[in-house]
Design a protein around this ligand. Structure first.
Ligand SMILES: [Zn+2]
Length: 175
């Protein structure tokens, strides 16, 4: 029996979210457990992707599943993912489990090829060429480099976002 648990998702501006992660050198039981728990946490949120730093682990590891809720799950576990090729441009509305209740249009590559290891340590490649998968892959790999989607929006939008955040936290303290 495998015990699964949902993990706490760290919220912006937690400094762990800004750190670059280290490579997974050994896929040991602790890593397998982390993957299980991250998948559980992502599905429960619900979200289409979750990166290890978002649950407080500075490892180069993420889970993605962009299948609609009414279809069978298709979990992709990305261990040590690297972008090896990109093509074209697109943009779409993005959100992040670490930045609740905020979405914004982000410019991304249209097509992306990612090399990674699976749970057996085998080298694999995944191609994102529809918007959703392509954007999810880029969003999660960004997390592993300490980059959040708000780092990719205009300075004006970012300062408006930060002002709103400050106001919200003030209101929380006062209530
Ligand atoms: Zn995110």
């Amino acid at each position: 029996m495998v015990l699964m648990a949902t993990l706490e998702i760290l919220k912006y501006p937690n400094p762990i979210l800004k750190k670059k992660t280290r490579l997974v050198v050994k896929i040991d039981p602790a890593v397998l457990q982390l993957v299980q728990d991250m998948a559980e946490t992502m599905y429960a949120a619900p979200g289409v992707g979750l990166a290890a730093p978002q649950v407080g682990c500075p490892l180069r590891l993420a889970v993605v599943d962009v299948t609609p809720a009414d279809q069978p799950k298709n979990l992709v576990v990305l261990i040590n993912p690297e972008v090896v090729a990109t093509e074209g441009e697109c943009s779409g509305e993005e959100g992040c489990l670490s930045i609740p209740e905020y979405t914004e249009e982000v410019k991304r590559k249209k097509r992306i090829v990612v090399r990674y290891q699976d749970l057996q340590g085998e080298k694999r490649e995944i191609v994102g060429d529809d918007n959703l998968l392509s954007i999810a892959l880029q969003h999660e790999i960004d997390h592993l480099d300490g980059i959040l989607f708000i780092d990719r929006i205009s300075m004006l939008k970012r300062s408006l976002f930060k002002r709103r955040l400050k106001k919200e936290s003030k209101e929380e303290k006062n209530s």
